[in-house]
Design a protein around this ligand. Structure first.
Ligand code: GUN
Ligand code: FE
Length: 432
């Protein structure tokens, strides 16, 4: 599958120093001494890219069920995040990264954690994952007041992390400033954070917007404006801004996002599970807005596979727009090249093209759950495939998943350590 989504049969690629050099044909004679990996019946596609995840929340999967957003945050997620220490964060990030890689994701943008953000960066580096992360910024919190820090500390620490980690691991890691959302950030913090982008070329501004009706009402009460109109009025809407969700927007807000070239990270599982709503993605795409995908955090999904996000992104629009809406190809683009463009890294990843990094995924679509023909490989990937079909995953020329198993992690160890750390974290409850 090349950059135009053409399916090239009997074709492979040459990878050198983590970079795709050229396409090769099946019968090509390979010089002796070269390492050859032969997967004759697999489909080679670019790794998936998720533009909105929360690694720090993986440990809380299954602990915040059947709640709408603001209760989900105030009763469960903020208290849990507030109780993280370095050890619990480390295992939460590892489990999340392992699941993401196992399900074919090779790059992410992460919302980070208010404390100990260095742990997220270090774990991303150790896992080989490509992507953006940033310390989660919260300087006002009416939902859970103790989970909050002074404006100066939030900004200063964020800038220190950007200095330390932006372009680290040979450019594989980049910084995304992460003010959580309007209800947990002062205007001063949002504005100053946006200004800081100019000191870090290629960095991004990553936040949540317009996810839930109650949230939007609260934003209106506090700011007198709709969420995106507010962001625009304080000057933080631009090409380097990525907002998760964007469900409840008026026509003017949609036009603002389009004209300012801001990006939308669509999280269909999360939007359904929290009962937030269905974002009008076909409408946004029609206007030329860049839309990519994210699993969001494990406790609002409840898993991190991009395959689920692609499948749902397609299916949820069909009742309204008809069965031809949101084709399999369209959602695969959202999970690959659109996402790379949203993050400003389409020159190095998001498609299989000579000169780009070898961020690759090999799927075996010959399972019991797959079609018995190869008429439409894209529909097989989006509508039929699951994790069992994902066999090999490579990031910048290094295998991270081999024969469906993590090369980096011992999964059994992660699970038992995760259970132990979660137990301790819950016992620490209310200690702050
Ligand atoms: N809005 C602010 N924080 C969050 C979060 O952690 N998850 C979701 N889904 N929405 C948010
Ligand atoms: Fe989120």
């Amino acid at each position: 599958m090349n950059g135009n989504l053409d399916v090239l049969k009997d074709t492979g690629i040459e990878v050198r120093n983590g970079t795709i050099k050229r396409y090769i044909k099946r019968n090509e004679v390979i010089p002796e001494g070269e390492k050859v990996f032969n997967f004759p019946d697999y489909i080679l596609l670019p790794g998936f890219i998720q533009t909105h995840v929360h690694l720090c929340q993986t440990l809380f999967r299954g602990l915040a069920e059947d709640l709408p957003l603001l209760d989900w945050l105030s009763k469960r997620i903020f208290p849990y995040e507030n109780n993280h220490n370095r050890k619990s964060l480390e295992i939460s990030a590892k489990i999340g990264l392992c699941e993401l890689q196992k399900t074919g994701t090779t790059a992410i943008m992460d919302m980070g954690t208010m404390r100990h953000q260095e742990v997220i960066f270090e774990e991303m580096i150790k896992s080989g994952m490509r992507g953006f992360a940033g310390k989660c910024m919260i300087d006002t919190n009416g939902l859970y007041p103790s989970f909050c820090e002074p404006y100066e500390d939030s900004l200063k620490t964020s800038i220190e992390f950007a200095k330390a980690y932006h372009n680290s691991n040979n450019g594989r890691i980049k910084y995304a400033f992460a003010p959580r959302f309007v209800l947990s950030c002062s205007e001063k913090l949002l504005k100053e954070t946006y200004s800081a982008l100019s000191d870090f070329e290629g960095s991004l501004f990553h936040s949540h917007s317009s996810e839930n009706k109650q949230e939007v009402e609260e934003v209106r009460r506090i700011t007198g404006k709709e969420n995106i109109e507010y962001f625009n009025s304080i000057g933080v809407l631009g090409e380097r801004t990525v907002f998760a969700h964007c469900i409840h927007l008026n026509d003017n807000e949609i036009e603002l996002i389009r004209s300012k070239k801001a990006k939308i990270a669509h999280c269909p599982s999360s939007n359904l599970k929290l009962g937030s709503g269905v974002a009008d993605i076909p409408g946004y795409l029609n206007k030329g807005i860049n839309v990519s995908l994210g699993a969001d955090g494990a406790p609002c999904n409840n898993n991190l596979s991009c395959l689920n996000e692609m499948r749902l992104a397609s299916l949820i629009q069909k009742p309204k727009y008809g069965s031809a809406a949101m084709s399999a190809q369209e959602v695969i683009k959202m999970a690959t090249i659109n996402a790379a463009e949203a993050l400003g890294i389409a020159n190095e990843t998001g498609s299989i093209e000579p000169g780009k990094k070898a961020d690759l995924l090999l799927m075996d679509l010959n399972g019991i759950n797959n079609p018995l023909n190869d008429v439409d490989i894209y529909s097989s990937i989006v509508y039929s495939a699951d994790v069992t079909n994902i066999k090999e995953v490579m990031i910048e020329g290094e295998w991270v998943i081999s024969n469906g198993e993590s090369v980096i992690y011992n999964e059994q160890e992660l699970v038992s350590e995760g259970k132990e750390e979660l137990k301790k974290l819950i016992e620490r409850k209310n200690t702050r």
